[in-house]
Design a protein around this ligand. Structure first.
Ligand SMILES: *[C@@H]1O[C@H](CO)[C@@H](O)[C@H](O)[C@H]1NC(C)=O
Ligand SMILES: *[C@@H]1O[C@H](CO)[C@@H](O)[C@H](O)[C@H]1NC(C)=O
Ligand SMILES: *[C@@H]1O[C@H](CO)[C@@H](O)[C@H](O)[C@H]1NC(C)=O
Length: 622
């Protein structure tokens, strides 16, 4: 047993799988038409309730991955055969990996004979094992392929109504596991009100691990029976067909092009660097990170789970570590296992075990209030305008926000797939056009572009002021690289109500009696009225405010961006500029994307990869 082999146990705790097509929100299955409510009896009795014959006709196949441990395998098979399947057809596919090649010209001859005998024993045991619930299929490998291929090649879904449940041979399953999985599939896959294309499956193991370095402790309250978590679980993982297929294609593409599953800030990336292609979880984790998908987990308290690993000596463990959890059975059941509830009641957690709130899309003023409340921190929020910025520049800014632990922001932009994608990933967004249309107070005549931008900003600031919040407005032509930039400017001289950048769309509006007084609907109409007369260079909220507020009692201060930031594209710009405490980088809206990217790369502040994804996961304790 090589020392690295002992690391594998950890890896198993991390399996991931699954995917769904991001924008296909309408889950269609012909089966839905015949979906009937399944029994959700309140009793905790374990007597089998016959499943409704009108339930969706999905198939579930158990993919049992085994190697050379007959005792483990027989325990696992016995527990699977002992479970309650009702009248459902459940298939069993057993994959038996081959022993590694042995050098027979050395002292290996005796070893070979012994290995051959062991393999034959396993095969004849599996052959003699009767499986009365569906098809039994045995796949005996001709050579040693290891865990990565065992997992990845275990399944290619042949329809959207086919599910795989992957178990490794040292697992033991509760007699109730299938009833639970079945209910979960009906509730979170076939019930369209609880379906999300972001969910790739469900893990039956007790959640134990947070892969993001310095992530939060895995803590959940007693009431949380089910939750969503990005991490895959390798001890009893249910896979949904579409995301798994999507993963296989993604893996193929990355593998073929030599792109490695490196994701900075993840413990699993360290494993990958040591173990390489012997493990599969780093690939799946990278894929899940790129898509923003989630897995369903149970939280049954008292270290209970529907699947436990005995952590037997083998590929994953140098020596037997014993069961990781307590197997839940009818006698220890003090709640209704089949009561699952709506998706809307489940919490979502990322790789840092930080709660994520997906799909906060603001389409009207009313929605804005509750979203601003959820976003603000110390009664302050940042409004990021995405008008006229490339998605890559915005994504780069969001990766910096993650690094800086800046969470109190809301994005505004025209409705697009990009905007929806950001919302799915847990960012609060405002769909600008719909939002303005919902405000019927003034006539919208062919507004778009900068008019929409300025008007939405004005409304959002007003809503913030109504709620007692101060606001920052920035756009994609600025990159904050130090979170202090916000507090520094707003606290530099509290005698001002508003700060506006000299040269950029940088505005701070303090919640004060003066701003509340001036910032009423009439003020916004006035802004709307002058829009047509603005020249290109004046099309900023900052400019408009300075113009209107000159004669008012509001104290407005012009801020020189160069006092705290650096402007790229200017003469005299040098890379060392960032090292002397600069807190932001600016550029003019005319600067080309490729120039900005090049400059930000030179400065070491380009934090996304070729697919526009953050190159790192950065956790902060919360
Ligand atoms: C989904 O269902 C709708 C309405 O039932 C139908 O119009 C549409 O074609 C279906 N889409 C797919 C992908 O099956
Ligand atoms: C097999 O063992 C023999 C004898 O110990 C040795 O000479 C040979 O190099 C080994 N072959 C391999 C492929 O390791
Ligand atoms: C689907 O889920 C919703 C929300 O949880 C629930 O109210 C409804 O009864 C479920 N429908 C079926 C057919 O189970």
């Amino acid at each position: 047993m090589s020392p690295q082999r002992r690391l594998l146990p950890l890896l198993l705790t991390l399996s991931l799988t699954a995917l769904l097509f991001l924008y296909s929100y309408h889950h269609n299955s012909s089966l839905q038409l015949i979906l009937t409510p399944t029994s959700t009896s309140k009793s905790t009795s374990t007597h089998f309730t016959p499943f409704s014959p009108l339930s969706p006709q999905f198939t579930l196949t158990i993919k049992l991955l085994s190697f050379d441990r007959l005792e483990s395998l027989s325990r696992c098979l016995r527990s699977l055969a002992n479970a309650d399947y009702g009248t459902d057809r459940v298939n069993l596919h057993v994959f038996i990996d081959h022993f590694k090649e042995i050098n027979v010209s050395g002292s290996g001859v005796g070893v070979v004979d012994q290995k051959l005998r062991e393999s034959q024993k396993i095969l004849s045991f599996v052959d003699g094992f009767s499986w009365g619930f569906g098809e039994k299929l045995v796949h005996y490998r001709t050579g040693n392929v290891g865990l990565q291929a065992q997992w990845l090649e275990a399944w290619w879904p042949s329809s959207d109504d086919e599910f795989a449940f992957v178990v490794e041979d040292d697992l033991e399953l509760s007699r109730l596991y299938y009833k639970f999985l079945r209910e979960l599939i009906l509730n979170y896959y076939y019930n369209s009100s609880n379906y999300s294309p972001l969910i790739y499956g469900a893990s039956l193991q007790r959640p134990r691990f947070v892969p993001g370095k310095h992530g939060n402790k895995l803590q959940l309250d007693k009431e949380t029976r089910l939750f969503l978590y990005q991490l895959v679980g390798t001890w009893g993982q249910l896979l949904f067909p579409k995301p798994w297929k999507e993963f296989r294609l993604w893996y193929d593409m990355h593998k073929a092009k030599g792109i490695k599953p490196i994701l900075q800030g993840m413990v699993t990336t360290g494993w990958y660097k040591k173990l390489g292609e012997r493990i599969w979880t780093p690939w799946f984790i990278k894929f899940i990170h790129s898509r923003g998908y989630f897995n369903i987990y149970t939280n049954f308290q008292r270290e209970r789970a529907l699947s436990v690993s005995h952590r037997d000596a083998g590929v994953n463990y140098g020596k037997t570590a014993g069961p990781d959890s307590n197997l839940i059975d009818a006698s220890s059941l003090d709640f209704n296992l089949l009561e699952m509830g709506g998706l809307a009641n489940l919490k979502w957690y990322d790789f840092c075990f930080r709660e994520v709130i997906p799909e906060r899309i603001v389409r009207n003023l009313h929605q804005l209030g509750s979203v601003l409340y959820s976003v603000q921190k110390h009664k302050m929020f940042i409004l990021v305008s995405m008008f006229n910025s490339s998605p890559a520049v915005i994504k780069n800014m969001l990766c910096h926000f993650e690094r800086l632990d800046v969470q109190n922001f809301i994005l505004v932009g025209p409705k697009s797939d990009f905007l929806l994608d950001l919302a799915i990933r847990g960012h609060a967004v405002i769909a600008a056009d719909e939002f303005l249309v919902s405000i019927k107070d003034y006539k919208l005549k062919g507004f778009g572009g900068f008019e929409t931008d300025i008007l939405v900003k004005s409304h959002v600031i007003k809503k913030g002021l109504d709620l007692g919040y101060s606001s920052w407005v920035i756009d994609g032509n600025m990159l904050p690289i130090n979170a202090d930039v916000f507090s520094d400017v707003s606290e530099s001289d509290p005698s001002y109500d508003i700060y506006a950048g000299k040269d950029s769309e940088l505005v701070f509006v303090r919640s004060s009696s003066a701003t509340v007084k001036i910032w009423v609907d009439k003020f916004i109409y006035k802004i709307a009225d002058t829009m047509a007369s603005l020249t290109d260079r004046q099309r900023h909220l900052g400019y408009v405010l300075s113009k209107f507020l000159l004669k008012e009692s509001v104290r407005i201060k012009k801020v020189d961006e160069l006092s705290f930031g650096v402007k790229v594209g200017e003469n005299g710009f040098s890379e060392t500029a960032l090292e002397v405490g600069k807190k932001a980088v600016f550029w003019s809206s005319e600067t080309s994307f490729s120039f900005i990217q090049k400059k930000l790369e030179d400065l070491g502040v380009w934090a996304i990869d070729a697919e526009f994804l953050c190159t790192a996961v950065i956790c902060h304790q919360s």
